[in-house]
Write a protein that binds this ligand. Structure first.
Ligand code: ARG
Length: 491
């Protein structure tokens, strides 16, 4: 180990600052090329460019205000950042992988443009709180966009529910015909799932609405920073209470992925129904040509590729959630390089969920219902016989007994090859004298069965109309909440 000691003069003779790594001072040798590209996040974190500039500008303004930076230096930096922002927007920014990530690329460019004074921007800041800030800004922006898309999808579901108010479809349990329901009722079930999804994203927004800058690398800063000023400028609702938490926290990213996973699960369930309903076996609906594809070999095919791919992409969205939970489970405080892995799952999930949400309204709106087939479907099965059991129970017969009586009636009909509509009053009467009434035949009609389910949230047309107006009100409540949250900055 005979390493010759260098003189101070030799150590000082190094590359000009702009070509060197920011940490170059402590190092003798250059980074291995493969290591450099392995470590780089630039290929994906360049998507944070605008958030990064926005954060840097707010930081710089605060440094001027608090007297940490001389105004003329600060102004120079701000102008440089504005130019860089335009370069980024125009696609002319010269990215350089040897500067690892977007943060160092912007800083390097700033120094290129305005000289060494650009190096003052990083005063009182670390990439650790810088990247945390960028991620907060990004997640908040994405939630706002998703909120708008979710609302549009909910609005389409409400419109469709209104449009199809009279249509009855078979309702299923175990994928076996169970009881008839209004198609609108079925659609509205998805409305309420999306309602909860939207609420979840809004909850997540509130927790993402914390400003981490000032945390420095982990322990805060010795400079007289005004963190509240930055939060105000960037419209954050509050500051972190603990600098170590501020730079280590990615709960808000994981929570976003969790919200997206739940939303994707709902959309995947709806997709599954569209796939089933549009199959020849069901033939309840036809998907529009604009949202289906054919087969390269079988000329008759019309494939529900979009709902299938939504179902498939849901797997990826779950995977991203699990990936990030796993990345974080063993991380000691504070920043660890592992955390750089937070970006691709976030970007991928957000892009995927937005692309799905953008497609769904058009897809749903263009669906054609096969009304004849639906009428036949609810006529040709036994899904109304629970009404008879309820009728007998209403007359004082214990429900268990009533169930048995009607069960035997169904057995008889099946053996005789009859459907409920074929049964006569006297055939019914043979199973119980109370069934000897015109009303009982009436009860077997799907329309009647649906109309009788008037409980709150039930499928009776009146109940569904009330549900619709509750849905509209619930949506407005979320609109108000979203507006408040998105324009917060209520420090
Ligand atoms: N590219 C890094 C990331 O995304 C930025 C923070 C790096 N900080 C550090 N101390 N190496 O996580």
């Amino acid at each position: 180990m005979s390493k010759r000691k260098k003189s101070a003069g030799e150590v000082k003779k190094r590359l000009p600052v702009a070509q060197e790594k920011p940490w170059g001072g402590r190092f003798d040798a250059a980074l291995d090329k493969k290591a450099e590209s392995f470590l780089a996040s630039l290929p994906f974190d360049q998507r944070l460019a605008q958030e990064d500039i926005q954060g840097s500008m707010a930081h710089c303004r605060m440094l001027i205000k608090t007297g940490v930076l001389p105004p003329q230096d600060g102004e120079l930096i701000l102008r440089g950042l504005a130019e860089i922002s335009s370069e980024l927007a125009a696609g002319s920014f010269p990215f350089d992988l040897s500067f690892e990530d977007i943060h160092m690329n912007v800083e390097r460019r700033l120094v290129e443009k305005i000289g060494p004074v650009g190096g003052k921007l990083h005063t009182g800041r670390s990439r650790n709180d810088q990247v945390a800030l960028d991620m907060h800004l990004y997640v908040k922006k994405e939630i706002k966009q998703i909120d708008g898309l979710l609302t549009a999808l909910q609005a389409v579901l409400l419109e469709l529910a209104k449009k199809y108010l009279g249509i009855i479809i078979p309702g299923y349990t175990h994928l076996q015909r169970a009881q008839p329901v209004l198609f609108s009722h079925h659609l509205l079930a998805y409305f309420w799932m999306l309602q909860r999804d939207r609420e979840r994203f809004l909850d997540a927004y509130a927790r993402a609405d914390l400003m981490p800058l000032g945390a420095g690398a982990l322990s805060g800063s010795g400079f007289p920073l005004d963190q509240e000023e930055i939060a105000r400028e960037l419209h954050f609702a509050a500051l972190y209470e603990n600098s170590m938490d501020a730079v280590s926290d990615r709960d808000f990213v994981i929570e976003f992925l969790g919200c997206a996973a739940m939303l994707a699960m709902h959309l995947s369930r709806l997709s599954e129904e569209l796939i089933l309903w549009s199959s020849q076996e069901f033939s309840f609906i036809e998907l529009d040509d604009a949202f289906t594809t054919g087969s390269s070999m079988m000329p008759q095919k019309k494939n529900p590729d979009i709902p299938e791919l939504v179902r498939g992409k849901t797997g990826r969205i779950y995977g991203n959630l699990l990936a990030l939970l796993t990345v974080f489970k063993g991380l000691p405080l504070a920043y660890n390089k592992d955390m750089q892995e937070d970006k691709e799952p976030l970007f991928d999930t957000s892009d995927t969920i937005k692309s799905i949400l953008e497609l769904f309204p058009g897809l749903l709106w263009s669906i054609k219902l096969n009304k004849e087939k639906l009428k036949q479907a609810v006529r040709d099965d036994f899904s109304t016989v629970t009404e008879l059991a309820d009728f007998l129970a209403g007359k004082g017969i214990p429900f268990r007994e009533a169930h048995g009586i009607v069960g035997r009636l169904v057995r008889f009909a099946l053996d005789a090859g009859k459907l409920p509509a074929d049964l006569t009053r006297s055939e019914l009467a043979a199973f119980h004298p109370l069934l000897d009434s015109d009303l009982t035949l009436e009860l077997l009609k799907p329309q009647r069965a649906v109309e009788s389910h008037q409980s709150r949230g039930g499928t009776a047309p009146q109940a569904v109309k009330e549900q619709l107006s509750r849905a509209r009100r619930a949506m407005r409540r979320n609109d108000v909440r979203a507006k408040k949250l998105f324009h917060s900055g209520t420090l």
